[in-house]
Design a protein around this ligand. Sequence first.
Ligand SMILES: CC(=O)N[C@H]1[C@@H](OP(=O)(O)OP(=O)(O)OC[C@H]2O[C@@H](n3ccc(=O)[nH]c3=O)[C@H](O)[C@@H]2O)O[C@H](CO)[C@@H](O)[C@@H]1O[C@H](C)C(=O)N[C@@H](C)C(=O)N[C@H](CCC(=O)N[C@@H](CCC[C@@H](N)C(=O)O)C(=O)O)C(=O)O
Ligand SMILES: Nc1ncnc2c1ncn2[C@@H]1O[C@H](COP(=O)(O)OP(=O)(O)OP(=O)(O)O)[C@@H](O)[C@H]1O
Ligand SMILES: C[C@@H](N)C(=O)N[C@H](C)C(=O)O
Length: 432
Amino acid sequence: MSIAEIYEKFKTCTGVSTDTRKIDEGVMFFALKGAQFNANEFAREALEKGAKYVVIDEAQYATDPACILVNDVLYTLQKLANYHRQQFSIPLIGLTGSNGKTTSKELVAAVLSKKYKTYYTKGNLNNHIGVPLTILALDDSYEIAVIEMGANHQGEIRDLCNICEPTHGFITNVGKAHLEGFGGVEGVKKGKGELYDFLVKSGATVFLNAKNEALVGMAQSRKFNQTVEYLKDNKIVLVKDSPIVVFSTQEPNRDPHTYTTNLPGWYNFENIAAALAIGNFFGVSVKDASEAVSAYNPDNNRSQIIQKGTNSILLDAYNANPSSMSAAIQNFINLKTDKGKIVILGDMLELGDEAPAEHKAIGELVAKGDFALVVLAGKLMASALEPLPKAYYFPDKFSLHNWLLDKQIQNSFILIKGSRGMGLESTLQCFA
Ligand SMILES: CC(=O)N[C@H]1[C@@H](OP(=O)(O)OP(=O)(O)OC[C@H]2O[C@@H](n3ccc(=O)[nH]c3=O)[C@H](O)[C@@H]2O)O[C@H](CO)[C@@H](O)[C@@H]1O[C@H](C)C(=O)N[C@@H](C)C(=O)N[C@H](CCC(=O)N[C@@H](CCC[C@@H](N)C(=O)O)C(=O)O)C(=O)O
Ligand SMILES: Nc1ncnc2c1ncn2[C@@H]1O[C@H](COP(=O)(O)OP(=O)(O)OP(=O)(O)O)[C@@H](O)[C@H]1O
Ligand SMILES: C[C@@H](N)C(=O)N[C@H](C)C(=O)O
């Protein structure tokens, strides 16, 4: 069956599902294969639970006229998403980067929502499955879309662009993330640059952080139809970045106005600047845009400041890589507080051969800070111990938690950061 024919059936469905444990009446079910299950085996169950059609790629499970047999379910999901995307002529802003994608996406969406009905990626659904699912839930009530794209190897951003066909785009930054799959920082530039390549090819508009040398360099070697630079002039000024970003804007016919945010660090100022520039481009007033970023309060284990008894906690436990870890630690070193400062750091994953050196470099950076306690957790973090002879080290989270529960830390400002695989948000429970 052709994609156009499958699309006709999709249009009669209430949506899409990939999980029989969470299925709504009337959906089109895509039977994906994972590490544990082959969802072809759930075709019948999906129909019994209310799916209108099931897309499968193993003939033996095609036991009902509602089964659509294809060569490859994942490929079909991606092609269908692209077909669906092509039905819309709204601006679609695609973004990627090593760090700050989700925060930037949320900020851009908050700004654009002041003027438009804005569709945007939920949570972190940014990969070869998440982007198609995101696109397939777009409907014609929306006026603009913001789509996050993530990758851990070459070619992935190219493929995601071919699915969502951005008309506008930006890269938050290029840094030391997923080095294993990208093959070093040059590989990251190449991989993230696939968004720029698409924007060149399609004559789209790029938003460019004029203060980011790596991005400016990548942009110089490409000829965009339109480039909108930000952080080039003093339209937005960083007043302070610690413990949270305060910025001021020059608004037409008004005195400069200062806004307080809920986000820590210069790196979030850059994310805010991108959101303001995009808002400005699409005609959102500086006042509305600034109010939107000022009101944004993360609740996703990223850049969250949480009070727990007498302790203040900067919870940044969604993910970690050398760039975001250094940024968070440097910001924490600069933070002024009467409380004792403590860092609790977990492994940074997906760094391949560079993992020992990168963990050691983090240890060297931490050694420059004036911390009351340095606590390291995870096998890879052992490499950070050499420059930190006084650090407390735990090979796993469980021994870390036992120690913290015993220690009853009070009146401290604590940074918690580690990779997703470490799940360090659960360390919050160790503080009363
Ligand atoms: C295929 C799938 O949905 N996988 C999810 C599943 O993982 P698993 O491999 O264990 O699949 P299973 O074997 O359990 O199941 C296979 C399918 O069967 C369905 N099923 C199962 C049982 C049943 O009773 N009924 C069923 O129908 C089941 O639903 C499956 O469809 O479960 C995991 C745990 O819940 C999920 O994590 C997993 O989701 C995968 C990873 C996924 O890709 N989800 C996307 C929707 C997504 O966007 N996820 C994002 C993560 C994005 C991310 O990590 N981005 C990176 C960069 C991207 C790198 C890229 N190359 C990559 O590898 O992803 C970044 O740095 O930003 C998210 O969830 O946040
Ligand atoms: N512009 C930036 N430069 C460097 N580090 C940043 C930047 N923005 C955010 N970070 C750091 O990266 C962390 C993760 O932010 P965020 O989740 O927004 O990034 P992400 O790229 O979406 O990652 P993921 O796709 O894995 O969720 C932040 O909590 C912060 O430590
Ligand atoms: C989960 C994925 N988005 C990610 O950020 N991975 C890195 C390696 C992490 O878990 O920190």
